[in-house]
Design a protein around this ligand. Structure first.
Ligand code: COA
Length: 221
């Protein structure tokens, strides 16, 4: 997979592809994306919705849809991934099915942003999460954040795998032992591409099938 990020992404976004060659578009979410987000949410299984929102939820509702789409792109940034080959007449899917969303929200702790990801079920385990994690870390880097914080359910094997590869530190949420809080340190970018490249290289270095969180051994021979 070849990634060429020019960050921050323009409103038109970028065209790239998944590891299996599926072309996708990634662009910042827009205030008109309510129907698209609603359609994507409805395509997620109850299990995936639960893993994302920690509660059983049948729909997002008008207020949440507005809060999630009509954002300032500074304190609250979000991106959608679209599969343009699936464009159709269904509401919100005229440009293609919205297959994933990533979100970055500044917290009241200086230098820390809260991040989240959601990929619809039929596109899971095809590298979308990894792609979006790269976008999140690269954006956080050029935006000057020092840490990305992910709250995830302990049972969320996908997120633990994804974050474990990046050696994020995690602690249990003391108020809820089913929740893990991962803090991912962010490297400062010297230019718009350094963060993304850094993460790709680090990912490659870590992809030796080590247990999540373990270090790649050094060879001194
Ligand atoms: C968790 C989630 C974001 C992962 O996204 P994804 O696109 O499926 O992840 P990727 O395909 O990039 O896979 C990344 C790694 O995680 C692994 N992985 C993904 N889902 C997994 C699962 N359910 N069980 C075990 N491993 C999993 C992949 O095998 C891959 O590991 P590898 O690089 O060693 O092969 C996605 O499954 C999702 O949106 N789930 C529902 C909502 C959610 O949990 N959101 C996170 C809330 S913070």
């Amino acid at each position: 997979m070849k990634l060429q990020w020019e960050l921050p992404l323009s409103a038109e976004g970028i065209d790239t592809e998944l590891a299996d060659g599926t072309p996708v578009k990634i662009r910042p979410i827009s205030a008109d994306d309510g129907p698209a987000l609603d359609a994507s949410f409805k395509r997620m299984s109850p299990r995936s919705r639960y893993l994302r929102f920690f509660t059983i939820r049948d729909e997002l509702g008008a207020v949440m849809l507005e809060n999630f789409t009509d954002i300032d792109h500074t304190l609250h940034r979000a991106w959608v991934v679209i599969d343009p080959a699936t464009a159709g007449d269904a509401p919100g899917e005229e440009q293609g099915i919205g297959i994933a969303v990533a979100r970055l929200i500044e917290t009241s702790t200086p230098g820390v942003a809260e991040a989240s990801l959601a990929v619809i079920d039929e596109y899971q385990q095809r590298g979308v999460g990894r792609l979006l994690l790269d976008l999140l870390t690269s954006t956080a880097s050029i935006a000057g954040f020092e840490k990305l914080r992910f709250e995830t359910l302990w049972e969320n094997r996908g997120m633990r795998r994804l974050l474990g590869k990046l050696e994020a530190e995690h602690n249990k949420d003391l108020s809820d032992p089913t929740v893990l809080i991962y803090d991912l340190p962010i490297e400062t970018a010297e230019d718009d591409t350094v963060g993304a490249l850094y993460e790709i290289l680090r990912w490659i270095a870590a992809s030796q099938d080590d247990p999540p969180g373990s270090k790649v051994p050094e060879h001194n021979d």
